[in-house]
Design a protein around this ligand. Structure first.
Ligand SMILES: [Zn+2]
Length: 344
């Protein structure tokens, strides 16, 4: 089996074995070690392009940690290159604009989530959404939650934060790790589909934990996870959870649990949740790579407005598939874990 070069060989600009790939690159990269076990030895798993946004003309490798089997992007884009790999039409930044089926599906899902979390969201609860994307979750809390909630948001996108600020949300602009967030302050911390994007997930979890109130405070984490039918079918190339080159880590439950222990977090519950949009994006990635005509592809794009009929059927079908596989096998593409502070 082809062995991917270990850390010492992955020095930026001096990589011999990767010269061919780097010669085509337009984004500067850096090596990454495993954040779970600190291992640097890994096996090649898959090499991919940005099938979703075509932001860069280069391919990236996911490698599998030889100690803990975490899949990680190595080398990965440097943080100062993020403006190149997150385009202005990046979907979490504009998902709430317009009433696409993607918006409605997420709205329904979030309403159910809010209902499920109601026991943690007592009147006066202090809530922060770290990596708030388009702010949809906080807006839903404003819409369906108690008016006494104190809401905060952290993200990199100024336009969205300004919008939220005008609605009375306290904002933290920029990298969460650099924010002066009060310690032991929040009752409810959400971090949806963000941990896999950050270069240092352990420090991120540590900061999330420090912001959480001891005893009753809860942290809810959602991450894509390489389990389930969509993964099995599309893992060779088009699985949407790769989200190359914006996802740096593909965590399984055990990886998250191990990191959480290091920072004093205890798992309260863990489950898989339906991810029909992931299925549709895997199909769209395949169609993009096969250079299928835009006229056909747009039927599979859940962000199209008005919502294409095929997307509507696909989302409904894959929701049912995911509910079934979640009930029977406890597997889908999204893992949701609720934590509280442990005694250590
Ligand atoms: Zn590892």
């Amino acid at each position: 089996m082809y062995r991917f070069p270990i850390h010492e060989e992955l020095v930026e600009g001096e990589i011999t074995i990767l010269q061919e790939a780097i010669a085509k690159e337009t984004v500067a990269v850096e090596p990454s070690d495993c954040p779970v076990c600190q291992g640097n030895e890994a096996s090649s798993f898959v090499r991919l392009s940005d099938y979703e946004y075509s932001t860069v003309d280069q391919s990236f490798a996911f490698v599998s940690c030889q100690r803990c089997a975490l899949l990680r992007l190595n080398p990965r884009p440097r943080v100062d290159q993020f403006n190149k790999i997150y385009p202005s039409n990046y979907h979490p930044f504009n998902f709430s604009k317009g009433k696409s089926i993607g918006y409605w599906a997420r709205d329904l899902r979030d309403r159910l989530i809010i209902r499920k979390y109601r026991k943690y969201l007592l009147p006066g609860a202090r809530v922060i959404d770290v990596g708030c994307g388009d702010g949809g979750f906080l807006k839903l809390l404003k819409k369906y939650g108690h008016r006494s909630y104190e809401l905060s948001a952290c993200d990199l996108n100024d336009a969205i934060l300004n919008d939220l600020e005008s609605e009375g949300v306290r904002i933290y602009a920029g990298d969460f790790l650099e924010q002066e967030v009060p310690a032991a302050y929040f009752d409810f911390v959400v971090c949806f589909h963000t941990l896999e994007h950050v270069p240092d997930p352990v420090s991120m979890l540590k900061k999330l934990a420090s912001s959480l109130k001891p005893n009753q405070g809860k942290l809810v984490l959602q991450v894509p996870t390489p389990r389930g039918l969509n993964w099995l079918i599309f893992k060779g190339k088009y699985w949407s959870g790769y989200h190359t080159p914006r996802h740096f880590w593909l965590f399984c439950f055990e990886h998250i649990e191990q990191m959480a222990k290091q920072v004093g977090l205890r798992v309260v519950t863990a489950r898989t949740i339906p991810s029909p949009g992931f299925w549709m994006q895997s199909i769209l990635n395949m169609l993009n790579d096969l250079d299928v005509r835009p006229k056909i592809k747009k039927h599979f794009d859940i962000n199209q407005k008005p919502t294409p009929f095929i997307s509507l059927v696909g989302l409904t079908f894959f929701t049912l598939v995911d509910i079934l596989q979640s009930l029977i096998f406890h597997k889908t593409d999204t893992l949701e874990i609720i934590f509280e502070k442990s005694d250590i």
